[in-house]
Design a protein around this ligand. Structure first.
Ligand SMILES: O=C(O)[C@H](O)[C@@H](O)[C@H](O)[C@H](O)COP(=O)(O)O
Length: 269
């Protein structure tokens, strides 16, 4: 049984006993947001990341979701992408295509992957341009406070160093305030060249979910969520900088990842 969701200043924490249970809760959450967004705006603009997240979304390809989700209304983006060919084993597009997109009736023209024939800088510019066009036609909403796109849902994973998307600790990319999409050529996690949504875009989303599993990430989860003076000790921990301005933040954690969380100890007292 999952512990009930715990509401904290750093978002809702949903801690699960098993990966099986976590993945069921995650796909229920995605399906509910999709339904609400399609009802409200006629479309659902969702941004994916790479890593273990995609495997945890696998149940979306199975009943009942495969039949009940309104796939034709989905517009798919990537919060970050590795600058490699689309058929390369490192491609986040390939990961999502093989694990999810090829198994459900998504409209191919709604899948917005990067142009893999460009340099990282050019690919980031072009991706920003593509998003601008979709904001103009309201396939992606716009934030009324930041002028940034307002994705219905941005899904993030987190590394042991606290990175999210391709926003790495102490990297100048964290300072980017103007661009919606930027690039790096020195990612500490291979491959080195990546494009990424910037923090203002992530924090303008209607919903952001961070999905983190495994004990190796427990310390980073603690620093990202707990009130331990982390704003002083690690001001540039990317996962701590995920703070949606108006949107909802939900953390999907398994017990090992949550094992160092103080916020949970307090909530159960
Ligand atoms: O393309 C990427 O590398 C990512 O988007 C990255 O931010 C990933 O989500 C985390 O590194 C977590 O990955 P794991 O869940 O596989 O540890």
């Amino acid at each position: 049984m999952a512990l009930p969701g715990v509401h904290t200043d750093r978002g809702e924490l949903r801690v699960h006993e098993s990966l099986e249970e976590l993945s069921t809760d995650l796909v229920d959450y995605i399906a509910e947001l999709s339904e609400a967004s399609v009802k409200e705006r006629g479309v659902f603009a969702i941004a994916l990341s790479g890593g273990s997240l995609i495997g945890l979304m696998g149940k979306l390809c199975e009943a009942p979701y495969s039949k009940t989700v309104d796939w034709a209304k989905w517009y798919i983006f990537w919060a970050d992408e590795r600058v490699v060919a689309k058929n390369h084993a490192d491609s986040n597009y390939k990961l999502a295509k093989d694990g999810l997109l090829s198994k459900v009736p998504i409209v191919p023209s709604h899948v917005h992957s990067i142009n893999d024939s460009l340099s990282a800088e050019e690919a980031a510019d072009e991706y920003g341009f593509v998003i601008r066009q979709l904001v103009k036609t309201r396939m992606v909403s716009v934030s009324d406070i930041s002028d940034c796109p307002k994705f219905d849902l941005i899904l993030l994973g987190m590394g042991t160093d606290g990175h999210v998307a391709s926003l790495f600790p102490d990297h100048s990319v964290l300072e980017e305030k103007e661009e919606w999409v930027t690039f790096i050529t020195d990612s500490p996690k291979p491959p080195p060249e990546r494009i990424t949504f910037t923090l203002p875009v992530i924090n303008s989303a209607s919903n952001v979910a961070v999905v983190v599993t495994g004990e190796s990430k427990a310390e980073a989860v603690h620093l990202a969520i707990d009130d331990v003076g982390a704003d002083d000790c690690c001001p540039s921990l990317p996962s701590r900088l995920v703070q949606p301005t108006k949107g909802q933040l939900v953390w999907f954690l398994d017990k090992p990842a949550a094992s160092k969380l103080k916020s949970l100890e307090f909530s159960s007292e």
